[in-house]
Ligand binder design. Structure first.
Ligand SMILES: Nc1ncnc2c1ncn2[C@@H]1O[C@H](COP(=O)(O)OP(=O)(O)OP(=O)(O)O)[C@@H](O)[C@H]1O
Length: 526
């Protein structure tokens, strides 16, 4: 067990931003309860907390998406009442936000994306001065060491560059804003969908921003990354600030303990293989999307990781098995019988379940309750000649909410009233209760806090023990190693390596993944 760090450390000296008494209620839920935050200028300040602890709500108050019930903000010596703080105030205060979805238009160029935010420079009131725009954007990109042509379409950029373009766009008026004061950049999980080497590149650039005097508030669930880049840490629990660590070097266990409010010894995953000899899933010569002939097998009770760089076809593999993409060639079988799904319903009849990466958009019924979302795949269980057994549905939902540690006011609450991480847990719970023959998980713990991540690994392991074969696509090397028995690496559309997870560590896996990438990428990562 680790000793709890001293709580909380008082910040002295100058602050770029300070919040006090921040309170926000949603109906019966007290999302923020007199929370506080003090950020020193020129630092990376990590804002940490479990799912539902209030991080997004506080950011949404700063971005004027929500108005607080109480709270004061001081920025650059000016005080604001957070009950009436609006987006004009937020901009004037020098606050700039980059949300997880980045808000970039993929088909447009970098320069066009910049101009959509700041306006197109015009000549004679009508003609766009393209040369001027490109010159200005190039100079901003250069200042963030992004040496790319401003005419490049967003969808041709590597993932870390895309995030960096969103950051550069948010800071494009850094020289002219807020009376020359530096801006405060708020980043909400910027690395959530990035592979380890892309994250490393982005974090190095974020660190450089702070070293050049920018102030960065960073929300992330990836502890090792936060520890590598942050100077100061504020930890939220149940809407309150439970600790502020200034210029500190806490251990991961100390941070997790502060977030969880309990010791962390019991939180380590236990990964004992339950693989049997019997084949559950067999894929031969599969050609689909970028896949050019995949051969893959998963046995009963086996958890197989699918690794590969962005664009390698990990998601296409899962979607093809789930009947959502039609293969151009190849065969699939489940339990020795041909698996030729014409659509998703056909794949489900064969015993396949998929938890997709973009759960919010693809997997959730946002307008319905949590109970409805949980029971969506098992509705038949609750119907009889007497009609719908709502009590049984509520009871099962209550048990799942408790088993998966979902933080919600109850099964009847709207799905959208939960925090992002809790929504992820509900979708996972929905599919795991089906005992599928083959379970396909795409980035299963993206946005999920470190405490719940271990619960989810245990649940997946338990499903495997009951006989399910699991395929996990993940960009997080540590996750693949914690969860899987075997890891296949997809490269150039084929399974290039098939590795025993026990023999690897995250660095080995990342090195193997990067083997075939361009020299440019390796240079930048170094
Ligand atoms: N629009 C809303 N309506 C009702 N309740 C809400 C709403 N938004 C947030 N909440 C509640 O407020 C609390 C804090 O949620 P918030 O989204 O701020 O958490 P978070 O720390 O960002 O979590 P995560 O890590 O999962 O993103 C949760 O209990 C959540 O259910």
């Amino acid at each position: 067990m680790t000793a709890a760090p001293d709580l909380p450390t008082v910040t002295e000296g100058a602050t770029a931003l300070s919040i006090s008494g921040l309170t926000k209620r949603f109906g019966a839920t007290l999302a923020l309860d007199e929370a506080s935050l003090a950020v020193r200028p020129g630092t990376v300040h990590a804002l940490l907390g479990g799912n539902g602890s209030g991080k997004s709500t506080s950011i949404k108050v700063l971005a004027a998406v929500h108005q607080a019930d109480a709270g004061q903000l001081t920025v650059g010596g000016r005080e604001y009442d957070l009950r009436s703080f609006d987006s004009v105030d937020a901009r004037a205060a020098g606050l700039r936000f980059v949300h997880q979805d980045l808000g970039l238009f993929d088909g447009l160029s970098i320069a066009e994306n910049f101009a959509l935010d700041a306006g197109f420079p015009l000549q004679a009131g009508t003609r766009i001065r393209w040369a001027h725009l490109h010159e200005r954007v190039t100079s901003v990109l250069d200042s963030y060491e992004l040496h790319v042509d401003p005419r490049t379409p967003i969808n041709e950029l590597r993932p870390a560059d895309r995030t960096m373009v969103a950051i550069a766009r948010a800071l494009q008026d850094a020289d002219t804003s807020a009376d020359g004061e530096s801006l405060i950049l708020v980043l909400d999980e910027p690395t959530a969908s990035l592979a380890q080497h892309e994250s490393a590149l982005l974090l190095a650039r974020i660190r450089r921003l702070a070293d050049q005097g920018q102030t960065v508030v960073l929300v992330s669930h990836r502890m090792s990354e936060v520890l590598s880049v942050a100077d100061d840490f504020t930890i939220f629990r149940d809407g309150r600030t439970v600790a502020t660590l200034v210029d500190a070097s806490p251990t991961e266990d100390e941070l997790v303990e502060l977030m969880a409010g309990r010791a962390v010894d019991a939180l380590r995953p236990v990964a004992a293989s339950s693989a049997a000899d019997e084949l559950r899933l067999e894929v031969r010569g599969l050609v689909s999307g970028p896949l050019a002939g995949i051969d893959l097998q998963a046995r009963r009770g086996e958890i197989v990781g699918v690794a590969g760089l962005v664009g390698s076809g990990r998601s296409s593999l899962l979607r093809t098995i789930f009947g959502d993409l039609s293969p151009r060639a190849g065969t699939m079988s489940i339990n020795g019988r041909p698996h030729v799904p014409r659509d998703v319903a056909g794949a489900m009849r064969d015993g396949v379940a998929l938890v997709p990466e973009d759960r919010g958009r693809e997997a959730a019924f946002a307008d319905l309750t949590i109970a409805d979302n949980l029971s969506m795949t098992r509705l038949r269980t609750y119907w009889s000649w007497r009609g719908m057994n709502a009590r049984a549905e509520q009871d099962v939902s209550r048990r799942l909410i408790s088993d998966f540690r979902v933080k919600a006011s109850g099964p009847a609450a709207p799905f959208t009233s939960m925090s992002g991480g809790n929504q992820q847990k509900v979708i996972l719970a929905r599919w795991l209760q089906r005992d599928p023959a083959v379970l396909l998980l795409d980035e299963p713990t993206q946005g999920v806090d470190v405490m719940s991540r271990v619960d989810i690994y245990r649940t997946v392991r338990e499903a495997a023990r009951r006989g399910t074969a699991v395929l996990v696509a993940s960009s997080d090397a540590s996750e693949l190693l914690a969860l899987c028995d075997r890891i296949v690496i997809i490269r150039e559309g084929r399974v290039d390596e098939d590795l025993d997870a026990e023999t690897l560590d995250p660095d080995d896996l990342t090195r193997k993944l990067l083997r075939a990438t361009s020299v440019r990428q390796e240079d930048e990562t170094a």
